[in-house]
Ligand binder design. Structure first.
Ligand code: FAD
Length: 610
């Protein structure tokens, strides 16, 4: 058996994004010994890329805001499939968590009277996003990292977890006892023994071809939990953000923040028409401006104006863009136009204003596309962005269906239902990262000594990891399998779905699974990207199959799932989540499960705000 570097913790956190770091801080502050593992360097998690802001009903800019409105907005955005308890806790606790970040040193933009400034974002009734220009995630990660180090966390950077270890020695049964993985630099194996494990590994965007997600987001955490026997939920709901770059081709998919529209940016087709006014869903009509002037006034803080249709929920805006492109009214490179430069017609010193409010967007387009957004419109189109589905957790404690295994952040399901509102992820990370850390530490304390490691399981994981070296270059090329999977998911399980196409996707995924079992690579274990890709494939294939199976089962269109063959909502499906679980024979089980009933007082809030 290969050699291991061995570590022992009360709580092991997998992932050093916002959710992971917040969990670390909470667990370590309660006295637990905490280790954190991350695939890249500390500080480089996805959270650092977050631009627009963090949603919290602080009511600093509009005093009509409060947790009840935030709760109702989140439920409406999620089309009522959300875990109501998580939506309630999130809306109530987000303000405190933002103030906590401020107390730890996060410098948010300010109102004139010195309070945290908040901006408009899609689906939020009032300006609710605390932000730092369009670099909010950077400030958040910097703050959490700094605080985490002072709480005594031990960091294992550039390490990838391959599997969770179970006391039974069998995946799918018993209590979690730790994790096994390798480091990218030397290819050495690591064993992290732990009494409780928190998964905070982020999303799955790399399973698709066009994505705003970086290389790390291969759905590892979901696959780890699935193999350990945990339930996954809402896997059909993959968010396609409406505005990614479409040109140059090398940067296709990189995000263009919703903050551009929040600051007054408008969407036009090739005929110059603001097409978003043509299709406003009934449940948003009363909250949406019906003329351009009202929409503009909303973005400038007029409390009597309603939001422009560009700030409708992401699922809807993405589909409208898709429709314009398909109808031949798109831009030259297959997108539509997003114009912020037009605000010079309304604002003095508009150029400086844009550069101050959207500095990253200005530089992104200048450097990557040689385009000055203060003068010209951008070309944008939908990009795979966020996973609403994930590990099913208890709303209060964040424990999964496997004892001792917790999940938080994008890797966990529930809060966002069928569609996430912008800004609700960063708040999700701190609210539920904090809860996961607290309850994981409590679990570790109340479950005594760490369960023993099953050496057979350890051996099986490492032997499987090394097999591609034995096949060498005669084996299947892992990169080619990855490309083929990304093409399959993009083309057949993308923004518009149909039964025959998704069945085709399932057949292709089955073939890719066979090929993935025969990957071969050359070279050695040091910084070997081919080897890393071969190991990532297993996660990407599991999440892709789960997304496809769940999308086939849900025979309706709701939130991020649009079925061309079932274009309407279905009353029965409005009462069900879809659960995915590994069967005892290893196959994927899929189940329709009724939503838990919403308490009357929360129902009343939803009704009141409809
Ligand atoms: P991440 O920050 O994604 O971190 C995951 C961690 O897990 C990383 O450290 C990674 O290395 C680690 N990891 C993964 N797999 C493994 C493994 N096998 N072994 C070990 N470690 C592993 N949301 C908002 O609310 N507001 C915004 O303005 C906003 N803007 C965004 C802009 C962009 C460009 C993108 C891509 C997303 C944006 N989002 C925004 C979404 C939000 O940033 C993410 O959903 C959120 O940061 C996810 O945080 P997380 O803590 O769950 O995971």
């Amino acid at each position: 058996m290969p050699e291991f570097q061995r570590f022992s913790y009360d709580v092991l956190v997998i992932g050093a994004g916002g959710a992971g770091l917040r969990a670390v801080i909470e667990a370590a502050s309660s006295g637990a010994k905490v280790g954190v593992v991350c695939k890249s360097l500390l500080g480089k998690a996805h959270t650092v890329m977050a631009e627009g802001g963090i949603a919290a009903a602080l009511a600093n800019v509009d005093d009509r805001d409060n947790w009840r409105v935030h709760f109702a907005d989140t439920m409406r955005g999620g089309q009522y499939l959300n875990n109501w308890r998580m939506a309630e806790l999130h809306a109530k606790e987000a303000p405190e968590c933002v103030r906590e970040l401020e107390a730890w040193g996060a410098l948010f933009d300010r109102t004139k009277d010195g309070r945290i400034l908040q901006r408009n974002f899609g689906g939020h009734k009032y300006p609710r996003l605390a932000h730092v220009g369009d670099r909010t995630g950077l400030e958040m990660i910097r703050t959490l990292q700094d605080h985490g180090i002072h709480c005594g966390m031990e960091v294992h950077m550039e390490c990838t977890v391959l599997d969770l270890l179970m006391d039974s020695g069998r995946v799918g049964s018993g209590r979690v006892t730790g994790a096994v993985g390798y480091d990218r630099e030397k290819g050495h194996f690591y064993l992290w023994q732990a009494k409780a494990v928190v998964i905070a590994t982020g999303g799955i965007g790399r399973a698709f071809k066009v994505t705003s997600n970086s290389w790390e987001y291969t759905g590892d955490g979901l696959a780890l939990a699935y193999r350990a026997g945990a339930e996954l939920q809402d896997m059909e709901f993959v968010q396609f953000h409406p505005t990614g770059m479409v040109w140059p081709i090398s940067v296709r998919g990189i995000l263009v923040t919703e903050g551009v529209r929040g600051e007054g940016g408008v969407l036009r087709n090739s005929e110059g028409r603001r097409f978003m006014f043509d299709d406003i869903p009934d449940n948003y009509k009363s909250q949406t401006a019906d003329n351009e002037d009202e929409g503009w006034r909303y973005t400038q803080g007029d409390k009597n104006a309603r939001r422009p249709p560009e700030l409708l929920t992401r699922d809807h805006v993405a589909r409208c863009i898709n429709r314009e492109v398909k109808a031949g009214r798109g831009s030259p490179h297959g997108g539509v136009y997003l114009d912020i430069a037009w605000i010079k017609e309304r604002l003095p010193k508009a150029e400086e204003h844009i550069k101050r409010k959207l500095p990253s967007m200005y530089h992104q387009f200048k450097q990557l596309a040689d385009l000055d957004i203060t003068r010209e419109p951008m070309e944008v189109g939908p990009t795979t962005h966020y996973m609403m589905g994930g590990i099913r957790v208890d709303g209060d404690s964040q424990m999964s269906t496997v004892p001792g295994l917790f999940a938080a952040g994008e890797a966990a399901a529930g809060l966002h239902g069928a569609n996430r509102l912008g800004g609700n992820s960063l708040s999700d990370l701190v609210v539920f990262g904090r809860r996961a850390g607290r309850y994981a530490a409590e679990f570790a304390r109340s479950n005594g000594s760490a369960a023993s490691i099953n050496e057979d399981q350890l051996q099986a994981v490492t032997a499987a990891a090394l097999v591609p070296f034995e096949r060498g270059l005669a084996g299947e090329n892992p990169y080619q399998i990855q490309y083929d999977l990304q093409d399959t998911m993009q083309d057949l399980v993308g923004i518009v779905r149909t039964q025959p196409e998704m069945e085709q996707a399932l057949a292709k995924i089955a073939q890719l699974n066979t090929r993935a079992a025969h990957t071969g690579i050359g070279g050695n274990r040091q910084y070997n990207n081919g080897w890393h890709t071969a190991m990532d494939l297993s996660s990407m294939l599991i999440v892709s199959e789960a997304v496809t199976r769940a999308a086939i089962l849900r025979k309706e269109s709701r939130g991020a799932q649009f079925r061309e063959d079932y274009p309407n909502k279905d009353a029965d499906w409005s009462k069900h989540n879809i659960i995915v679980k590994r069967g005892s024979e290893g196959g994927m089980l899929i189940q329709k499960r009724p939503l838990p009933p919403i308490p009357d007082e929360l129902k009343a809030i939803i009704e009141e705000m409809k």
